[in-house]
Design a protein around this ligand. Structure first.
Ligand code: SF4
Length: 327
């Protein structure tokens, strides 16, 4: 893994998109390329015009490298003091503050310290790295103000498959164990079951196992999101699975690259997770992040008939009743 350092300008920024997703009002990001190297990562597409890639002569869609800014905590401390309208900061939204290149500089911990040293700020952690456990002591001192989340993308028996698509993230069993430890230590937790890949994690019994894990870890909320059909992530994921010998899983990804099949996959995912959450816990905890633009009209209508837990996103948001995610 080649690691580049690049000085960013932002510290804490407002995020309307994550506010709509009910995740956070603000974001902190510690770089522009995450070293976990997930094949489906959409950050390259989102940040493809960012000056860091041009300046360093790097392909935003490439892999095998990370871009990190070790000075991020200084700007975060400045903004945490300066911003009057405070809320919940997601650490991070486009990279991972506990990825190896960020860990080297203690960026997750130092950003958290900077935010929590000022009143009226909360932090939502989202990571795929079990190293966050080393910061639980700090979180314990602010336990009401921090939500701990590790992305749980499949059940632990799928660890070998996940290694092909999340090559540098912590093994899934470690992520589950560390989320469980957060709960055991009395920390606030939430579940991020995202993305739920077809052929790896979307069968009804697999979805139910994931919800069961989330409930066992004391999740206050359960977020999920279908894999994004746009951008090069799906093709890269299919290729990575294929070249690692996971032909069945690669074929399942190939299937949903067709628009009609993607739409059916989303309908099944919504119905399976609703069923499981209703059976195991409280449906008001469910948050299904859903951009409807790729849905077939009959599938969109079907989901609208029972959209408990669905947060409708994108330009079609106005078509959904304003508070139906809680209904
Ligand atoms: S951990 Fe998140 S930000 Fe990092 S590569 Fe994976 S999907 Fe992208």
């Amino acid at each position: 893994m080649r690691v580049y350092e690049y000085a960013l300008k932002t510290g804490i920024t407002r995020t309307k998109e994550f506010q709509r997703k009910r995740l956070a009002t603000h974001a902190v990001n510690v770089g522009t390329k995450c070293g976990h190297g997930c094949t489906y990562c959409s950050t390259g597409a989102m940040l493809r015009m960012h000056s860091s890639f041009r300046s360093l002569g790097l392909n935003p869609f490439g892999n095998g490298y990370a871009i990190v800014d070790p000075t991020t905590p200084e700007r975060v401390a400045r903004d945490a003091r300066r911003i009057q309208e405070r809320g919940t900061v997601q650490l991070c939204t486009t990279v991972d503050a506990w990825a190896p290149e960020a860990q080297k500089h203690g960026l997750g911990r130092r950003c958290m310290e900077a935010i929590l040293s000022e009143p009226m700020w909360n932090v939502r952690i989202l990571t795929k790295n079990a190293a966050v456990v080393h910061d639980y002591g700090l979180i314990e001192r602010h336990r009401d103000r921090v939500l701990v989340g590790l992305s749980i993308t499949a059940t632990p028996d799928k660890s070998d498959v996940l290694t092909a698509v999340e090559p540098n993230a912590s093994p899934i069993a470690q992520r589950v164990a560390v989320l469980g430890e957060a709960h055991a230590r009395g920390l606030r937790t939430y579940a991020m079951l995202c993305p739920i890949l077809p052929g790896i994690a979307d069968a009804p019994e697999q979805v139910d196992s994931l919800v069961k894990l989330a409930v066992a870890c004391g999740a206050e909320e359960i977020f999920t999101e279908p894999i994004n059909a746009r951008g090069p992530g799906l093709k890269a994921t299919q290729d990575a699975l294929d070249s690692s010998g996971f032909r069945t899983e690669a074929a399942a990804i190939a299937q949903i690259r067709r628009k009609r099949n993607w739409s059916s996959y989303v309908v099944s995912l919504v119905e399976n997770i609703q069923r499981s959450v209703r059976a195991r816990t409280d449906i008001t905890k469910l948050r299904i992040l859903l951009y409807p633009s790729g849905l077939a009209s009959e599938d969109e209508a079907r989901i609208h008939q029972d959209d408990a837990g669905v947060i409708w996103l994108g330009k079609d948001t106005a078509r959904a009743p304003p508070d139906n995610a809680q209904s």
